[in-house]
Structures are given as C-alpha cells and as structure tokens.
Design a protein around this ligand. Structure first.
Ligand code: WQD
Length: 399
C-alpha cells in the first residue's frame, strides 16, 4: 500500500526534458534506420522489402555464405528504394564494430545464422561458433553504440520435443540438436541482458516453417545444393531438377500418416517483423512514460516500509522488456497436403514415394499464435495455395 506522500514537485524543465526524451526516442525510431543481419537471406530479404515499403531505411549485413550477392539489387528493383548492404561476417568482431561506427541504427533485426538441423548434428562446433560468437559480437557492438532495440529470429526448435502441441510461449525450452540449442542459448543471453539492463527492448519471434516467395518472383528461397526442406525440394521436382518427392514417413499418427507442420507465407512472416518493430516503438514510448511514473511512484514506494511494491514493479518492468511470440498460422498442414497444393499450383501431378522416417523428425509440430494476435495485432493471412503459387512462380524465374 503506497501511502499518500507528497511527490516532490517536478519542475517544468523536468517535464519538458521527459517529453523531449520520449519524442527523441519516438523521433529516433521515426528516423527508422534498421540493421538486418543476414538481410540478403530468405526471410531477411522479404523483411527488407516490407520495411522499405513502409518507409524505413535498412542496412543489410551479410557474409553471403547462404545467399546471393545480387539480392540487394533485386530488393531495390521491387521497392524502388536504396538498399545498402555491408559484406561482413558477424564472427569478425572488428568488422561488426566498424559497421556500428558507420551508421546510426534505431534497431536491429538479427537473422544471421546457419540453420540446418541435420548439418548441425554433424558439425556442432561450427554451429556454436558461428551462431553464438556472431550473436555475441553483434550484442557487444549494439551495447557499445547504445542501440538496444532488437528483434531476434528465433525458432520453433527451441521448444522441448515432449511439449504437447500446440506450443505456447511459456512452455519449457530445450533442443535435440546443436542448431536448436544455439537458439535456446541466444534467447537465454537476451533474457539475462534484459533483466539487468532495462534499456534493452527485445522481441524474440519463434517461427515455424516459412515458405513461399514475394509475388514479383524476384526474391525467394535459394538453398545451396540439394534442399533439406520440403517446399524447395518439391519445387525442384516440379521443375524437373529432381526425380521424385521423398515423403519421409507416411505412418505417423496424423490424419494422412505424413508429418504435420505450421507453414507460414514468408511475406506474412516479414509483415510480422514490421508489426514487431511497431510494438518495439510502443515499448519505448510506454517505458519512457512508465519510467517517469515508475520513478515517481517507486520514489514514493521506496520511502514506505513496504518495499514489495517496488519489487513488484521492478519485476513487472523486467518482464516487459524481453518478449517471445510464436509467429505462425496456428494450423497444421501435412506433407501430402502440401504436395497436393503444389500440384494444383504447377498444374501437374508430381512423382512421389514414401521413404523411411527422417531421424529427429516429429509427427506434428505447430504453435498457438494467439499471443501475437492479442499483443502484436499480428495474424497470418495467406493460405497454403497462395504459398505454393508464389513458390512455383519463384522456381520458374529463379536464376
Ligand atoms: C517439414 C516436413 C519432414 C523434406 C524446419 C527448419 C527448422 C525450423 C522449423 C527455423 C517434415 C517432411 C521434408 C523432404 C519430407 N525453422 N519432409 N521430404 O523439419 O519442420 O524444420 O522448420 O528455425 O530450422 O529446418 O522442416 O521442411 O525439413 O520438413 O517428407 O524432402 O516435411 O519429414 O515432416 P522442419 P522440413
């Protein structure tokens, strides 16, 4: 119970300063210069298009280990806006610091990382070094430059496999492969940093299965070599580049026996990052207002014997600056349903056969997406057929 004590009068200067500070933050985010690490990649490039179309300025940072050098030019062609790209590897700490000395970023969206589940089992040290060292170098440069607004590209693989589906954000985390563990560990790093420094505002987006492509056919998923993931593999069979679709297991406990996943159109996912960026800006504005009221209230609470009010406010503040959201459709689609949708999209029947289950695969993986809908106002709106139509168009124009 906070007793009614007179709060020291705030001078007009204090209020004007607070207003300017709040506006500065708001205007800084209105300057809208966003760094996209891994920005030339599949999800990064589509997010760059959405941000540029919304008037943000973007700087891409990419080492082109799993993306093409002409992607920034294709983004410029789609948006008719400048798209700067810095060729940097995040494991090069000095190079990362140089980028932060060169630009004045308002926020960072961190996509960069290697992401094959199977490959990570064979090359664990490469995955921990690349994904963790790269992220730590990024966070050190952000900290040194006082850039503490971050959207992190996390993953469905952070959820323990024994969780019931659909996964909720507060379910226990745990991985079964080094790739998944890098995502769990990075979420832990961000949570611990946010707990000790409330200036950090972090949104962790946990994606499931992004597929599809921009409607222009100019950007899309371009995996190196033989695709691990289902959709690009099906697209290459449809294009005649591969002989037959391999259905990894048709005896799962699912409606048609094949694996079930939450597929989301990559443009819906990109728009989810835009919505998360707007939410970050609201966090900044709210924290500024709350810090002012909290400061006043806490100064009163700290004067009282009962300090639990301060602890409670502190806890709530801590909880509010690092948030995780599932970004998906909230629906499960089977392998066989995806193949049928792709056959409708390309107008031909595709060669397919049942193969043994792939080690590590689960029967059914999808999320509850109501928290993102309630708090971010995000809801995926494109369906499976549109995902396959856009993928097929991209496959036909891809270089
Ligand atoms: C989907 C379904 C396979 C290939 C991916 C990423 C992971 C994470 C989640 C981001 C499964 C089946 C596949 C094929 C098949 N995303 N399949 N034949 O395994 O859900 O994981 O999304 O972090 O990083 O890897 O995606 O497309 O490999 O598999 O039958 O040739 O398709 O068994 O049921 P997955 P996927």
């Amino acid at each position: 119970m906070i007793e009614n004590r007179t709060i020291p009068e705030r001078s007009i200067d204090d209020n004007v300063t607070d207003l300017l500070m709040a506006n500065r933050d708001a205007s800084r985010s209105d300057n809208k210069t966003i760094l996209l690490t891994g920005g030339a990649g599949f999800i990064g490039s589509h997010t760059a298009v959405v941000l540029l179309d919304r008037g943000y300025d973007v700087v891409l940072l990419d080492n082109f280990s799993n993306s093409k050098r002409d992607v920034p030019a294709r983004i410029e062609k789609i948006t008719d806006r400048s798209c700067i790209c810095e060729e940097v590897d995040l494991t090069d700490e000095a190079a990362v610091a140089t980028v932060f000395n060169k630009y004045d970023f308002d926020a960072v969206i961190h996509f960069a990382g290697i992401k094959s589940v199977g490959e990570s089992v064979e090359k664990p040290l490469e995955y921990y070094d690349n994904n963790l060292t790269g992220t730590i170098n990024l966070l050190k440069a952000m900290n040194a430059s006082d850039v503490k607004n971050l959207i992190f590209s996390s993953s469905a693989t952070v959820y323990r496999q024994d969780n019931p589906v659909p996964y909720y954000e507060n379910y226990p985390l745990g991985a079964t492969n080094p790739y998944g563990w890098t995502k769990v560990i990075i979420e832990r790093i961000l949570t611990d940093m946010g707990a000790v420094d409330h200036a950090w505002r972090v949104i962790m987006l946990r994606y499931f299965n992004p597929i599809g492509a921009h409607e222009s056919g100019l950007i899309g998923e371009e995996p190196q070599g033989i695709p691990n993931n289902l959709l690009p593999y099906v697209a290459k069979v449809a294009a005649g580049d591969l002989p037959e679709i391999r259905i990894f297991g048709d005896d799962y406990d699912t409606p048609d026996g094949s694996g079930v996943r939450d597929y989301i159109h990559v443009m819906d996912l990109a728009e989810g990052h835009l919505v998360a960026m707007e939410y970050l800006r609201r966090m900044i504005d709210r924290d500024n207002k709350k810090e002012i009221t909290e400061k006043d209230a806490c100064s009163v609470a700290s004067l009282t014997e009962n300090s639990s009010a301060t602890d409670e406010k502190e806890r709530r503040l801590k909880d509010l600056n690092v948030r995780a959201f599932n970004i998906g459709t909230g629906k499960g689609t089977s392998v066989k349903e995806i193949i049928a949708a792709f056959e409708r999209a390309c107008g031909k029947e595709l060669s397919k056969a049942a193969y043994p289950r792939r080690p590590g695969d689960l029967a059914t993986v999808y999320a509850d997406t109501s928290l993102a809908e309630k708090e971010l106002g995000f809801k995926a709106r494109r369906g499976i057929d549109e995902m396959c139509i856009d993928s097929w168009r991209w496959q036909q124009t891809a270089r």
